[in-house]
Design a protein around this ligand. Structure first.
Ligand SMILES: [Zn+2]
Ligand SMILES: [Zn+2]
Length: 115
């Protein structure tokens, strides 16, 4: 599934605007001239990802189905709320089971260093 977005730019600002949205995962579908305002109208699309979420504690992307909490990855939900952790299997810098990237927040690092 895709979501769409339409933005209008002055020609000189168009490239900057497109680069900024590209960082957020938006892909340019069409660029049309807007002669009325000497600018361009850019249509973007982005794949809607309903399977992943971003962890509010460590900032890692994670697979929603792998965690008991919508806003926390299994790792953070484990340390903050005592939920069972994922038995992480790391490949290419992230867990193939839950998607966690191995990042710990400062708070969880301090919990881990206490014992
Ligand atoms: Zn986390
Ligand atoms: Zn995992």
């Amino acid at each position: 599934m895709y979501e769409y977005k339409v933005e209008k730019y002055r020609v000189k600002n168009a490239e900057k605007g497109m680069n900024e949205l590209a960082k957020l995962g938006w892909r340019v579908v069409a660029v049309l001239p807007n002669t009325a305002m000497y600018g361009v109208v850019v249509t973007y699309e982005r794949e809607v990802d309903s399977e992943h979420s971003i962890c509010a504690e460590c900032g890692s992307k994670f697979l929603l189905a792998s965690s008991k909490m919508e806003s926390l990855c299994p790792e953070c939900a484990h340390f903050l709320y005592g939920y069972p952790n994922c038995e992480h299997v790391f490949e290419n810098g992230k867990c193939i089971k839950c998607g966690w990237n191995g990042n710990h927040s400062e708070y969880i690092k301090s919990l881990l260093s206490d014992d």
